[in-house]
Unconditional design. Sequence first.
Length: 320
Amino acid sequence: MANFTKTLFLTALSILFSLGVSAQSRKYVSQFSHLQNYYNPALTGYEGSNFRGFVRDQWSGFEGAPKTYFASAEFDLADFNSAPDPSTAGKNAVGLNLMHDRYGAFVDTELMLSYASRIQLSDKANLRLGVGLNYNTVRLDGNSMTTEQSNDPTMAQYVNGFANMQVFDFNIGMALTHPKYYVSYAMHNVNQGALSSGDVFMDRKAPVSVVQAGYRSMVTDNFGIASNFMYRSQSDLPDNIEFNLKAILMDKIWLGAGHRVDYANNFQFGVIFPAVRIGYVYEMPSNRAFLLPNTTHEFLAVFPIFRKNIRESKDEVLIW
């Protein structure tokens, strides 16, 4: 049984990577609404200054299964202003994201510096514009390549060896934000990976369009809701659509569920403390997905820097 399961895993990886080296790896995150800055630089600082940490253990229990690690720091420069209402005194935010991903024969690390500026449209609504500079390193382990990869003319030269590739690119984004809602659009790989160095074993990157939207509201003093949507499109991969809905109870706990169309369903749970919020996701592949039956686990921690996770008004909702 163990040999059969291992064979199934290797077969799944082979099919996944035989879609083409240029496709590389799409990073799935069920808690995408907690990593807004990564997907759209315009949303840098939208939730104020904070530190974040995230781990995704995909197909838990299989040796060599994909694993993703993420860490970030965001600083809304308004938090450094001593004005009576800092949110109206500062208009800029900066962020630093680190994403580390292991999948099959590849180790992919992204370092992104983001900047966002906002234009106040009304008392609470803002138009945000952002840009992210992305430095991406990809390491190929020729000892772990699938049969399809080892037969690829470009990659065959690295069989039983190692290769390293570096790519510099940038992302752009814009967003309409409000304490209760947001709508945003971003484009990743604007330069299509044209600036690269090292062992060039991948085709140029396809631009990625990312649309995100969300709405949240307090229904009663002790019950709130938050819903989020994301759509991603690129020429070398199927479109990605996912959404989630969460209930926030007594400003202490959230419970929710999410769906990635044609791929997976998930259940979400989190706790809110004054100094940190901690989230967990239990994800299961859907019946229509050609994926291993093993579950995926996600763990998240967000540490606000200058404020506590305590509502400052009766209408405020603490999470997205």
